[in-house]
Design a protein around this ligand. Sequence first.
Ligand SMILES: NC(=O)c1ccc[n+]([C@@H]2O[C@H](COP(=O)([O-])OP(=O)(O)OC[C@H]3O[C@@H](n4cnc5c(N)ncnc54)[C@H](OP(=O)(O)O)[C@@H]3O)[C@@H](O)[C@H]2O)c1
Length: 339
Amino acid sequence: MKQKLTLIGFGTVGKGLCEILKDKSQRLNNSYDFDYEVVAVADFAYGNVYNPNGLDIDLMLEQANAKQKFTKDLSELDTVSLIKECNADIVCELTYTDLQTGGPAIDHCKAALSTGKHIVTSNKGPAALFYPEMKKLADENNVKFMIEGTVVAGTPIINLTDGPLGGCEISRIRGILNGTTNYMLSEMEKGMAYDDVLKVAQDLGYAEADPTGDVEGFDARGKVTILANIVMNAGIKIADVSCEGITKITLEDIQKAKEQNARWKLIGSVEKKDGKVIGSVAPEMVDLSHPLAGVMGATNALTFTTDLLGDITIVGPGAGKIETGFSILTDILSIHRSQ
Ligand SMILES: NC(=O)c1ccc[n+]([C@@H]2O[C@H](COP(=O)([O-])OP(=O)(O)OC[C@H]3O[C@@H](n4cnc5c(N)ncnc54)[C@H](OP(=O)(O)O)[C@@H]3O)[C@@H](O)[C@H]2O)c1
């Protein structure tokens, strides 16, 4: 069966998804009877293109990698009109994250869901700010709002709690949800001061020129909100999650933790307490015997506390072109296999 895809945003994740689809097409076809066609792409940098019979993805990857605008199948439609009018089954929303307003992604999601197209996204904005509204709109239109890539990229988190862990009661989730800050804390253990480590993280492309979203914990807070609302049905807002970043951690703090057989981690946490769901982000000294303490560098990890299995910890990449492109493939396949 063929899935027709529209990609809104053809940056790192959009290109990563296309590369995976090309590389794995035979395997996906053999294993799942999965076939695909990318029918529309909208991107600020490269332009809007549409061909109901399928675009020339090789050419588009070549042009985007060379930072050239698309030249074939150009469309006059603006992005929202393109989403509404294209013949896609699934729209992949892969534009930038805005955790204040959710825009412009929220308009893209509404346009797709209201015209009966599934949404698959790695964009935290709509998921952290408007999950209940998006889920309701999806349900009303008999389609899905899928967000595996919003938390720890392609490492299975949302689908793990919904699938294999579905029969367990999850009372607590805590973990390392931001690779940049985990990298910085790991490097500080080698004796480098906060400001120097931040500069290295920026040079390596882990931290952005304005690192606020990572180092103040805002990125992790968005993910905590998503987990609280999806896994624990909490109905909370981003502002309900207390948030402290790593900017106050000094080399003395790092040394103190070492002396106590512990290690600083920026921990995002969601916990059911007295009938309420509490979300928080804060640096914590984690005992070296805990699995989260051994997670170093830009890697992410989450420990789920369950009634039937005790603690389950999953460790994996939280970012990257292929890693996040894979999260989009996972959700596309999940939609495909449910049909
Ligand atoms: N990269 C990762 O490892 C990763 C991991 C987890 C989640 N995510 C999330 O996944 C999403 C995509 O990330 P990315 O790394 O692929 O970002 P990216 O490389 O910056 O690509 C986004 C692309 O979307 C375009 N765009 C922005 N606004 C648009 C609009 N309104 N209409 C059409 N195109 C628009 C951008 O064009 P301009 O550059 O001209 O603005 C850019 O080409 C983000 O929300 C990000 O937070 C990424």
